[in-house]
Design a binder for this molecule. Sequence first.
Ligand code: HSE
Length: 407
Amino acid sequence: MVSVAIMGHGVVGSGVAEILLTHKQKLFSSLGEEIYIKKILDLREFPDSPIAERFTKNFEEILNDIEIRVVVEVMGGLNPAYDYVKRCLKAGKSVVTSNKELVAAHGAELLALAKEENVNFMFEASVGGGIPIIRPMNQCLVANNVGEVAGILNGTTNFILTKMIADGMQFADALKLAQDLGFAERNPAADIEGHDACRKICILASLAYGKHVYPESVHTEGISGITLSDVTLAKSFGYVIKLIGKVKKLESGKIDILTAPMLVPLKSQLSNIDYEFNGIMVRGDCTGDVVFYGKGAGKLPTASAVVADVVDCCKHLKARRFLFWADGDGSNIISYKDSVSAMYLRVSGEDAEAKVQTAFGEISTAWSDGELAVLTPELRYGEFQEICEALENDGIKILSSIRIGDI
Ligand code: HSE
């Protein structure tokens, strides 16, 4: 029998406990031993739980219990998760987390600590919810040089955008629905403003390129500025708007990484990924494109990935599963202003078409309610900003601008 503890009994934590209890037999046949939940840490009371007597409000009870070999951190946020995880690793316990904020902020340090203590630190659930992505990238695709990773990494925003595209639903109503369904972060600004997706692409970039990428080094835009007009106009050009996290290795050896809404061509596999589903494309030099698809948010999908890590840790109590990247200083990342893409923009103003054409050269256009939508050729983002500034000085109002994803 292996004793484990779960820190946090919210949406994901209660899902982890549920799977460990309801799938006991299934997990026993995989591990050859029982996984026993010895303690659950939460400040709230859960008198109706079938294991109510195993709840504690005291972290030290978990830390000081030498029988507990694996600790699951599903509290979310940095505090006290960061401190508790460090102390568990230092105490010789393996740690499994679904906390992308923690991994994106402190992954390199926690991986180094796990290595030092000869234990495991695993976080399959931190990216893509129930989709296997960390383990496949770390093991199955290890023979590849990864040229690019691009994904729809946030279920809440994908749910909102799908509702806007498919049902013409207003942004706020779609967000409320996503929150009611349990997809959203405690503070949904992390979803809406792109920070959650940014943390996830940082984790994948760190894994793909071996150096920690901190969210502060990554240009991030959310979806709060996307309107029903943009969604409709994008559709008329043959695109859907999706929030994309993307990292690409350039010939210089540096990486181009950002999180932003993008126009995704209908022929792209990512264009059909809807509602709370996530999709991640990994471009390997041997495999070509490999696409991972599934539920990226929600109680049981996310808990399923956590439990898989728990089983892996239990199977390797005396051996390390090699998962590691070094710390990074951001020097391998290009400025977002040097990133190249074609752009969509929506403008209004006198002689808009002629002025925009003169500014960008060859463009595709569509009109809607007196507003002009334009697709530009590829250009550096910094150059695009300078042209937009000049157009505004010439009386053109820029109503929105969105990158066109080459994915
Ligand atoms: N809020 C996140 C999402 C949860 O919507 O994708 C899963 O990380």
